[in-house]
Design a protein around this ligand. Structure first.
Ligand SMILES: Cc1cc2nc3c(=O)[nH]c(=O)nc-3n(C[C@H](O)[C@H](O)[C@H](O)COP(=O)(O)O)c2cc1C
Length: 204
């Protein structure tokens, strides 16, 4: 689907709103269509555009600052493993998203404008087309939701002081416990283990 108004209407039906961020995975490309990066990204709708904030300290922030990122694909998915890959094993995430099977839907976009802020760069993306890719819906499980929650806190850790750091680590531990309690999946448990190990090695 590529008619602009129809694309926005469909985005609203998929849960995008103007006042809350929906968690997605963004594959960002340069002007030639080559992959620059992949990252989990919160998106909301703003006056016919997708709006996101890319925080200082990330590689995506640096690439945006240099004007390298011109377009991309927003992958809409509930697949917690894909969120994990797009932080820990980016090449695997890029491959999965490029193959298309990994996303429930894919939104092609052009970067419309970027605005330098103090802590982040605000970007407005013009949605060009939506491709619906998943035919069989997934059932809800707490484990993937907890993985995404743990990843959100984990990726904030490098930017906070010691008090907040301890608070966030306790949230992550709570999520990890929940993952073990709510699922026997080896994939989810291994991700939980890797998140736990990341707490004790480097700050992601
Ligand atoms: C669910 C989820 C949503 C996220 N949303 C954002 C966001 O909106 N903006 C942002 O800058 N980082 C966000 N992050 C953190 C980045 O995705 C993370 O720091 C990533 O590793 C940055 O990659 P890079 O350094 O290769 O650019 C999010 C993380 C998760 C798990």
């Amino acid at each position: 689907m590529s008619d602009e108004k129809a694309v926005i209407k469909l985005l609203r039906r998929m849960g995008f709103t103007s006042n809350t961020f929906l968690e997605t995975i963004a594959l960002v490309l340069n002007g030639e269509g080559n992959v620059v990066n992949v990252l989990p990204l919160g998106i909301k709708l703003s006056r016919g555009r997708l709006y996101a904030r890319v925080f200082k300290g990330s590689r995506t922030y640096e690439a945006l600052k240099k004007g390298v990122i011109r377009r991309g694909v927003i992958c809409i998915t509930q697949d917690a493993k894909l969120f994990y890959l797009s932080i820990f094993k980016k090449n695997e995430a890029i491959e999965a998203i490029t193959e298309e099977s990994a996303c429930d839907a894919a939104v092609d976009f052009n970067v419309d404008s970027i605005h330098m802020g103090k802590e982040y760069i605000a970007i407005y993306l013009k949605p060009i087309a939506i491709r619906m890719l998943r035919k069989i819906p997934r059932g809800f499980s707490r484990a993937p939701a907890l993985i995404i929650e743990a990843l959100v806190w984990l990726t904030k850790l490098p930017y906070v002081d010691e008090i907040k750091r301890r608070e966030y680590i306790s949230y992550i531990r709570y999520c990890i416990e929940g993952i073990y309690r709510s699922s026997k999946s080896r994939v989810y448990r291994n991700i939980a283990k890797e998140i736990y190990e990341a707490l004790h090695t480097k700050a992601t």
